[in-house]
Design a protein around this ligand. Structure first.
Ligand SMILES: [Zn+2]
Ligand SMILES: [Zn+2]
Length: 334
């Protein structure tokens, strides 16, 4: 299901998928998550994107062919492919091992055709191996929403027993709560209203704070302040209290991009409390693999709504409506 031109509706296209070349693999796709970032493809927002283009960077499936020089992977292995669609190995960032910052990094579903399809041909160095006890439709959202929150949290410095706040209980947040709780953190879910309180507790949150009736900064200070506040929300305005909720040297870790303007950072809590504001992009194929393994090990699962591939337009519109609980997944070829 490709996008023929920027802003156009999805179109069913028939095409021949080539054999993988050197350094490539071909994946038989079984499921692909529908992510808000797919709008970068659908609407043609990504600079230089070419059409027609197949979106999809939460790809779960099985290898059906590997390139002639790809020694580590074999046809028949279950694999995943996330946002990071491969790196060059030779630029300065790659030579330092910082593959996410590769100067010519590819993005799945943007630089090359992604997972809204029966097959994907992708660079082998972007691939994650998938554990047996994870289904394709459950694995798919973990390859973007999952890895983004898990990889951000595990690199945040938060340790077991620390107070970690998950701000927003949606596509990213409902996974982040599970990862934080299963990593042994005292997990605080923060959202608007009471309707997500029970769900947050079921996902593993120890404490729920409702920002419509409680002052989150004050409540967090009663707990000694948060070591980390992971923000998955898209409102900069709703982030203004966050630094006041952190413990000294605490971190505001941003993985959701605000749509209402820049994030305002108040200087005094920042300076006097030695606090940090930082961001985190998803991660490499190996980070995806770690995320899948951690999820299988500890039982982290996304809440999903599935659609057949042919209904990509409906699936995309459902995701964009913000009403999906919580991730939309295309089930493909089954
Ligand atoms: Zn994504
Ligand atoms: Zn590079």
């Amino acid at each position: 299901m490709h996008v023929p031109a920027a802003g156009a509706a999805f179109q069913l296209a028939q095409k021949q998928f080539p054999d993988p070349g050197p350094g490539q693999v071909r994946i038989r796709v079984h499921a692909c998550g529908v992510c808000h970032s797919d709008s970068l493809t659908k609407l043609g927002i990504w600079p230089g994107i070419q059409f027609p283009r197949v979106p999809g960077h939460e790809v779960a499936g099985v290898l059906d062919a590997v390139g002639p020089d790809v020694a580590v992977f074999k046809a028949g292995q279950r694999v995943g492919l996330g946002w990071h669609g491969g790196h060059c190995n030779y630029c300065v960032a790659c030579r330092r091992g910082d593959f996410m910052q590769c100067e010519t990094a590819l993005v799945s579903g943007i630089s090359f055709d992604g997972g809204y399809a029966d097959y994907v041909v992708a660079p082998a160095n972007a691939i994650a191996l998938m554990p047996d006890d994870l289904s394709d439709v459950d694995a798919a959202p973990l390859l973007c929403a999952g890895i983004t929150t898990y990889n951000a949290l595990r690199n945040s410095g938060a340790r077991a027993g620390d107070t970690v706040v998950i701000l927003g209980i949606g596509g990213l947040g409902h996974l982040a709560v599970q990862y934080a709780a299963r990593s042994g953190c005292r997990t605080v879910a923060v959202a608007r209203g009471q309707d997500k309180a029970l769900l947050a507790k079921q996902l593993g949150a120890h404490i729920y704070i409702d920002t419509t009736t409680q002052d989150p900064a004050k409540e967090l200070q009663k707990l000694g302040g948060a070591a980390v506040i992971l923000s998955t929300i898209t409102s900069a305005k709703a982030l203004e209290w966050a630094l006041d909720g952190l413990a000294p040297a605490g971190k505001l870790l941003v993985v959701g991009a605000p749509e209402d303007g820049p994030i305002v950072v108040k200087p005094f809590p920042l300076i006097l409390g030695r606090r940090t504001v930082l961001g985190w992009p998803a991660g490499t194929g190996m980070d995806c693999e770690d995320t899948l393994n951690m999820s299988a090990l500890t039982g982290v699962k996304p809440m999903i709504e599935t659609y057949p591939l042919e209904k990509a337009e409906d699936a995309y519109n459902r995701m964009m409506s913000g009403k999906a609980r919580f991730r939309v997944v295309l089930a493909i070829g089954k």
